[in-house]
Design a protein. Structure first.
Lengths: 399, 424
């Protein structure tokens, strides 16, 4: 008999597939899928996904009521959530029903940016100076003296509603515009430096697969006509430092199993400062280049680790020298695309176009809301940067 | 008194407007589409494994749940999941969903046909018992025998030459219905869960009615044609075989029947025969008729029975009770005088080819409304024992019932499904 599992999917249905191959181990499990009607059932095979529910995610209590009924009715054994916004609901359900995986207490460290930094700091990990904001009065306690600070939602996702401020007046105006409730916002020191991310698989409290990449642009700076992405770094002393920091976070947070996406600054003084860490696969095409390069699909890994199964590793195309990455373009007025005839020359091995990016607004909604996304292979980092620049020029050139 | 009614289904003039979402159990594509014409957020509850991509409304947060609403656990779904959604009413137009919908409405305190009434209509022995008590002239003799021997004894008691029908107490779609020629034929049959009824010969019809606060409006009468195993092979409205006096008698009988079973609001599909000048009820359901009957009714009367059946509990239905005569008359500019649907069958086996009728085969004066086939090469056709075993249909409209029925039947024979013995 197949193991009944609950999958809360806030992505499109295609997120659960890699070129037609389902990332869920359907031969072992009976999935009970809770998704949405935007693109959550596009291409859905009702014989493979017999128990599919679409609902509104605007009210988490409704989603959790449905999930609780499914868990109870079908004796569900595992809860899988792959989207940041579904993490807390999944954790609450696991705790309520005594299921394995990230609990309600554990998820707080990954969702609450203040608790996250506090726990990391207590373990000796460098984090930006930060303050909880309950009211506009709290801004007065922040040394807004010309230095840059970042205001952001405490439980935010995808760099939405993130802004850089340099004065009390600017911060106050921002506060008044957003008008968040008490405890919903924080302000943290702006860290100068390059931003990196580590995508890792954790099993039995230890790091397994782990890859370090560098962001091409700070995710907080996404906007119309912008370009962003990541490139993975060849192994070396720096990547080992980042992986060691990731391991320290895993230990500090008591994270037993799952997939992590950790973001860290490297300052001009060569210090590593933790920005954020999420207990889910990295988005925006990171899964694609990691899968192509190393044969590890981190979405699939997240599911399998959650179910207590071994992580599948297929042969990857990486030769240990070349680098892989993603170059993404946000919706805007200068989005023309790269002619496919140039793909080979520019090292483009995969292209994804999302006509729905921006949902008609002409602007991205979050930092991975790409209209076009190119997976690129290059000989080395210099070659990658050159290719990324050329791709950007081609993309913005009218045909 | 029941009357053939002029009746429209546009939101908003009659009835109490109840707030909240509309929940539909077991919607087909056409039912989901009809529900979306109503001015309410829709919640669909579908059987697990039902295809969702053509049912779910994309591009917005629409609720669609895969839940077996016939299971004992359904009440926990109602109270745990549906209750927080601010539900206005739970409706089903499919046979298996009628009782669960009534149960859900009782649990949620929302309007709908009471559970007891639905139970009476679903359980043919309860219905017969109630009719024997309250409207004996509408029923036939019946029994719920514990075994075949008892069934044979009952049948013998009805006298020589009386034939009987043996069918499931809660069946539909002509499944499991068999004609018993004489008591000896019952030997060895499994009669558990069945009702044995006295068979009455003659033409069978259905009345498509809609009730509002105890006033029963017969919207249309439909003539039904079945094969030897009682599978429905054609419907035509209005019937060509009923006189105006008979139609009036039918309307009165339907009124008496619906009062007897306690149905006060909503649709009913009541099957009946006229036997020795009196109406005999075969069975009835608190839903619209299946088999494409609502489309025929719309063609002839302009009335959207599906939207009405879905919207009435929320007060989203308009009734006009001004039709003076108990006769079917076109109620809109687009209505035609008669409409018919006929079904195609095929020899059991593996489908090798499917041919549809050429439009040039449509006779003059006949409008082809729909051609449908439910099989493809490679699929298997079973022997005809229920509606599900039919392979296609043709719906037409015409200036009179005789012409419409003949054309639909002729065109249905041109749905040529070729099969070969064997399995897929």
């Amino acid at each position: 008999m197949k193991t009944p599992i609950l999958v809360i999917n806030r992505h499109s249905h295609g997120f659960l597939f890699e070129f037609g191959r389902c990332l869920l181990p359907l031969e072992d499990i009976e999935p009970h899928l809770v998704t949405h009607a935007y693109s959550g059932v596009d291409g859905l095979d009702s014989s493979a996904f017999r128990h599919t529910h679409t609902c509104s995610f605007l009210d988490p209590s409704q989603v959790e009521a449905l999930c609780a009924w499914i868990i109870d009715r079908y004796s569900v054994r595992h809860v899988v959530a792959l989207h940041e916004r579904a993490m807390t609901s999944a954790a609450r359900l696991r705790t309520r029903f005594g299921l394995p995986g990230l609990s309600e207490d554990g998820v707080v460290l990954f969702r609450d940016k203040i608790a996250m930094k506090r726990a990391a700091a207590e373990a000796g990990i460098l984090v930006p100076d930060h303050h909880r904001l309950d009211s506009i009065e709290d801004l007065r306690a922040v040394p807004l003296d010309g230095r840059a600070w970042v205001m952001k939602p405490r439980y935010g996702v995808g760099s939405k509603h993130v802004s850089v401020v340099t004065s009390l007046a600017e911060a106050s105006e921002r506060w008044s515009t957003v008008d968040p409730g008490p405890g919903q916002f924080e302000i943290e020191e702006f860290v100068e430096g390059d931003l990196f991310h580590c995508d890792a698989v954790v099993e039995g409290g230890s790091l397994g697969f782990a890859e370090v990449s560098r962001y091409l642009a700070n995710p907080g700076e996404f906007g119309p006509d912008g370009m962003a992405g990541s490139v993975n770094l060849p192994p070396g002393p720096f990547t080992r430092r980042v992986i060691a920091l990731t391991a320290a976070v895993v230990a500090a947070f008591g994270f037993a199993s799952g997939v992590l996406h950790l973001e860290v600054f490297r300052t001009d003084g060569d210090e590593l400062v933790l920005l954020e860490v999420a207990a889910r696969p990295g988005g925006g095409g990171i899964d694609r280049y990691l899968s192509l390069a190393h044969g590890v699909n981190i979405i699939e890994a997240a599911v399998r680790v959650e179910l207590g199964l071994d992580v599948t590793r297929r042969p990857g195309a990486s030769d240990g020298r070349s680098v892989w990455g993603v170059v993404g373009f946000y919706p805007g007025e200068h989005a023309f695309g790269v002619p496919s005839a140039l793909f080979g020359e520019l090292g483009i091995v995969e292209h994804l176009h999302d006509a729905d990016a921006g949902r008609g607004s002409g602007a991205p909604r979050h930092c991975t809301d790409y209209r076009d996304r190119y997976i690129v292979r290059a000989a080395d980092l210099v070659d990658f940067e050159h290719k990324a620049l050329t791709i950007g020029e081609c993309y913005r050139s009218a045909p | 008194m029941s009357r053939l009614a002029t009746f429209t289904a546009r939101p908003g003039t009659v009835g109490v407007r109840a707030p909240g979402r509309l929940v539909v159990l077991g919607a087909s594509r056409s039912i989901a589409a009809a529900a979306r014409t109503l001015d309410r957020d829709l919640v669909l509850v579908q059987q697990p494994g039902s295809p969702l991509n053509k049912i779910v409304e994309t591009g917005r947060y629409s609720h669609c749940y895969s839940v077996d609403f016939t299971e004992e656990t359904f009440p926990s779904f109602v109270t745990g999941v549906l209750a927080p959604l601010r539900v206005g009413a739970v409706v089903s137009l499919t046979e298996s969903g009628l009782l669960p919908a009534a149960l859900a409405n009782e649990l949620l305190g929302t309007p709908g046909t009471p559970f007891e009434v639905v139970h009476t209509l679903r359980d043919k022995s309860r219905m017969r018992a109630l009719l024997r008590q309250r409207a004996p002239e509408l029923t036939v003799r019946y029994a719920v025998p514990p075994d075949a021997m008892a069934a044979a004894a009952v049948m013998k008691g009805w006298g020589p030459g009386v034939r009987a029908i043996l069918k499931p107490r809660d069946g539909s779609g002509s499944r499991g219905v068999c004609l018993v020629e004489e008591p000896g034929s019952l030997e060895g049959l499994d009669v558990k869960g069945c009702i044995l009824e006295e068979y009455v010969g003659g033409q069978e019809y259905s009345a498509e009615s809609f009730s509002v606060d105890g006033e029963h409006h017969v919207v249309a009468l439909v003539e039904k044609h079945v094969d030897a195993s009682f599978v429905e092979l054609a419907h035509v409205t209005p019937p060509s075989t009923l006189s105006s006096r008979e139609r009036e008698a039918v309307c009165e009988a339907i009124d008496d029947f619906l009062r007897a079973v306690g149905l006060r609001d909503g649709p009913a599909h009541t099957e009946f025969k006229i036997h020795n000048g009196s109406v005999k009820i075969i069975e009835s359901h608190n839903r619209v008729g299946g088999d494409g009957i609502p489309a025929l009714v719309t063609r002839v009367t302009g009335i959207d029975l599906k939207a009405s059946a879905l919207g009435w509990p929320l007060g989203l239905v308009t009734i006009s009770d001004e039709a003076p005569a108990p006769a079917p008359a076109p109620a809109s500019a687009t209505a035609t005088a008669a409409a018919a649907v006929a079904y195609a069958t095929a020899t059991p086996g593996l489908v090798t080819s499917v041919e549809l009728p050429d439009e040039r085969a449509v006779p003059p004066g006949v409008e082809l409304n729909r051609v449908w086939t439910g099989v493809k090469p490679g699929q298997r056709v079973e022997s005809l024992s229920s509606s599900d075993d039919r392979v296609g249909s043709v719906a037409v409209s015409a200036g009179d019932s005789t012409t419409a029925l003949a054309a639909a039947r002729e065109l249905a024979t041109r749905i040529e499904v070729t099969t070969t013995p064997g399995t897929a």
